[in-house]
Design a protein around this ligand. Structure first.
Ligand code: ATP
Length: 300
C-alpha cells in the first residue's frame, strides 16, 4: 500500500557501494509533487546510481526510498507502472524505426500510442517526419526526443531523466529544456540529472552532488545568494602567469576567457596583478558553477 506522503520522491539514508567504491553515501532528500528537480554533478557523482535505485533496477545496501508513496523494494511493480525513465546512454532499439520503438514501449506498458498520443504529441511531431527511419540513424537531438516520447508514452507520474542532454547540440539542449517546462505544467514530477552547470538554473530546486554526497540542496537562486564572498573576473595578457600569481593568495580558477577570484578584496587583487599588462578586473555575480567549485574546495 502507498504511504501517505506529500512528496513524490523520498530518499532516507540511502547507501550503495560497488566493491570498494561507495557510489551513494547515506543520502537523504525529497522531491515535491510536480517539481522540476535537478541532480547536478560531474561524472561519478552517483547520479545514475540514484536513478537506478528509484526506478527499482538496483537495490540499495541501506536506507529507504519511496516514489509516489510506494517503496522501491516492496512495491516495485507499482513503481514501474508509474515512472518514466530515460537512462543516460541511448537505450532505444537501434534497429527499430522511430514509430516501431514508440509502439514497442507502449505495448510494454499495456497501452497504445493512440491512447496516450496527446501526452507526446508536441514532441513527437518534431520527429514524425523521420518515423520510418531507424533509431540508430537519428541525430543526437532526435534520439533524445524519441527516448523522451518512449519514457512518456504510458503517462508516468514521475519522470526520471539521466543526463538527457549529454552529447546533444546547444540548440537541441535548449529545446529539450523548453519541453521539460511544458511537461511540468502538466503536473508531472521531473527528476533530471546533468553535468552542465548552466542547466541547473532551469530547475526549481537542485542538489549539487559530488562523490555520492549532496554538497548543497536548494533553489538555484538561494544557492547563489548564499555565496559568501565577493567574486571577481580578471584577465590579462598572460593568463597562465596570472593564474599562478593570484593562486598564491586566493581561490582562483579559469572561467571562460577570465579567471574567477574570490577570498580577497578588490584592492588586494589589484596589487597582486600589478606586474601584468592589459589587466581587466570586474566584480561579477556568482553562478551555480562558482558555488559548486567553492563547495568542492571546502570539502577537499
Ligand atoms: N556497476 C558498477 N560497478 C562498479 N562501480 C560502479 C558501477 N556503477 C557505478 N560505479 C561507480 O560508482 C560511482 C558512481 O557512479 P554513477 O554512475 O552513479 O555516477 P554518475 O554521477 O551517474 O556518473 P556517470 O555520468 O559517469 O554515470 C562511480 O565511481 C562509478 O565508477
Amino acid at each position: 500500500m502507498p504511504q501517505q506522503s506529500s512528496d513524490a520522491v523520498i530518499l532516507t539514508n540511502i547507501t550503495k557501494t560497488y566493491g570498494e567504491t561507495t557510489a551513494v553515501k547515506d543520502l537523504s532528500f525529497s522531491v515535491k509533487h510536480g517539481e522540476l528537480f535537478g541532480l547536478i554533478g560531474p561524472d561519478g557523482a552517483g547520479k545514475s546510481t540514484i536513478f537506478r535505485i528509484l526506478t527499482t533496477l538496483l537495490l540499495a545496501d541501506a536506507g529507504v526510498a519511496t516514489v509516489d508513496g510506494y517503496d522501491v523494494v516492496k512495491d516495485y511493480r507499482e513503481i514501474r507502472k508509474r515512472v518514466g525513465y530515460m537512462p543516460g546512454k541511448f537505450s532505444l532499439y537501434q534497429d527499430l524505426t522511430v514509430e516501431e520503438n514508440l509502439h514497442f514501449f507502449a505495448t510494454l506498458f499495456g497501452t497504445t500510442v493512440k491512447e496516450n498520443y496527446s501526452m507526446i504529441k508536441e514532441i513527437y511531431e518534431q520527429i514524425a517526419p523521420f518515423k520510418t527511419r531507424r533509431a540508430g540513424k537519428l541525430s543526437g537531438g532526435m534520439k533524445q526526443k524519441l527516448a523522451l516520447c518512449c519514457a512518456l508514452i504510458h503517462r508516468p507520474e514521475v519522470l526520471f531523466l539521466d543526463e538527457p542532454t549529454t552529447g546533444v547540440d546547444a540548440v537541441s539542449r535548449k529545446e529539450f529544456w523548453e519541453m521539460l517546462q511544458r511537461l511540468k505544467q502538466q503536473g508531472i514530477t521531473i527528476v533530471v540529472s546533468t553535468p552542465y552547470m548552466d542547466e541547473a538554473d532551469l530547475c526549481e530546486r537542485i542538489a549539487l552532488m559530488q562523490s555520492g554526497s549532496i554538497l548543497s540542496i536548494d533553489t538555484p537562486a538561494a544557492i547563489k545568494h548564499a555565496y559568501p564572498d565577493e567574486l571577481y573576473a580578471v584577465k590579462s595578457a598572460n593568463m597562465h602567469q596570472l593564474l599562478k600569481d593570484i593562486r598564491q593568495y586566493a581561490s582562483c580558477y579559469a572561467f571562460g576567457e577570465y579567471l574567477h577570484v574570490s577570498g580577497i578584496s578588490e584592492n588586494a587583487l589589484a596589487g597582486y596583478v600589478k606586474g601584468h599588462t592589459d589587466v581587466i578586473i570586474k566584480k561579477v555575480a556568482p553562478g551555480i558553477e562558482d558555488c559548486f567549485i567553492r563547495l568542492l574546495l571546502k570539502h577537499e
